[in-house]
Design a protein around this ligand. Structure first.
Ligand code: CP
Length: 317
């Protein structure tokens, strides 16, 4: 693996999961791999889990980490080719990416979408500019359209908690007061298409995700029907994709409650976090034994460490 910016970059999911489980059972067993290597974690947006778990994963591998909040602490970057830089953009990504490549052996980037310009968001200008101009591997810490490290942690968690070979996994839209990106549901859907699961997406009519990503995944618009026999409920809000970035529904009937969970096969509740209590999910569900969100967040470290291991081993070959 050279870059890791999409679930599509996974070469063999079974091998990746095995590696993540081996790392989880012995997180400091490969400390020599990252010796004298540096990872730069560049954040254009806030983060708790991604920032800390990736830093921890790198440290577990013996790497040095440099973390920078680019929007607050860096020069404002220009991404347009041929730009006349006479406004507030002080540095072009062409120089920035090449310079950072001299300090870092891996560059990891978080850059959210605007949710106002679908075409531009789908171009992934920030991530792809770094891929183009950096001379080292690039990892996504959540981009406009994908959150692949989250998806690796998600499938690792499902593989640990499943009680049958092919569990039923339901991705459920849930209400939220702010417009949220599609990156998490996109990467989760891609991951479920790779995994041996019975995958169902449920959302209000009109909340269809990008059809190129959803492919042939089953969609059920009746949430109660979708929850029947489910082994995992993965809740997530996303803003409208067709009326791009709009909030067309905040229907509280889609909040995940204990009554909804009773429709399932004693399903485990999952969410990538941060989660809005009593909007996305009731306190009762989140505070119950059925919720595995804390274990899921713990797996962010081992997912990141498995990906870093594969990239570092590839660089050594
Ligand atoms: N799930 C996730 O990416 O969390 P953060 O936004 O806190 O990093």
């Amino acid at each position: 693996m050279k870059h890791f910016t999409s679930v599509n970059d996974i070469e063999n999911l079974d091998e990746l999961l095995l590696l993540a489980k081996q790392i989880k059972s012995n997180p400091f067993g490969n400390k020599a791999l990252g010796k004298n290597k540096t990872i730069g974690l560049l954040f254009f947006n806030p983060s708790l889990r991604t920032r800390l778990s990736t830093q921890k994963a790198a440290t577990n591998l013996g790497m040095n980490t440099i973390v920078m909040n680019l929007n607050n602490d860096g020069w404002s970057l220009e991404f347009e080719d041929g730009a006349i830089m006479n406004s507030n953009k002080a540095e072009h990504v062409k120089e920035a990416a090449q310079v950072i490549s001299q300090y870092c052996d891996i560059i990891a980037i978080r850059s959210f979408p605007s949710l106002t310009d679908k075409t531009k968001d789908e171009e992934e200008q920030v991530l792809n500019s770094f891929k183009k101009y950096a001379s080292v591997p690039v990892i996504s810490l959540e981009s406009a359209t994908e959150h692949p490290l989250q998806a690796v942690a998600d499938i690792l968690t499902i593989s640990e908690f499943k009680t049958k070979k092919k569990p039923k996994v339901v991705l459920s839209w849930a209400p939220h007061p702010k417009a949220l990106p599609h990156a998490v549901p996109n990467s989760f859907a891609k991951m479920m298409q790779l995994a041996d699961v019975d995958f169902v997406i449920t959302h209000p009519k009109g909340y269809e995700l990008n059809p190129e990503i959803i492919g042939k995944s089953k969609i059920v618009h009746n949430q109660d029907e979708a929850f029947k026999d489910a082994d995992f409920i993965y809740a997530k809000n996303w803003s409208n994709y067709n009326e791009y970035g709009q909030i067309l529904s905040q229907d509280p009937l889609w909040t995940i409650t204990s009554d909804k969970m009773k429709l399932t096969n004693s399903a485990k509740f999952m969410h990538c976090l941060p989660v809005r209590r009593n909007q996305i999910v009731s306190d009762e569900v989140l505070d119950s034994e059925t919720s595995i969100v804390i274990q899921q967040a713990n797996n962010r470290t081992y997912a990141a460490q498995a990906i870093l291991t594969q990239i570092l081993e590839n660089e050594n070959n």
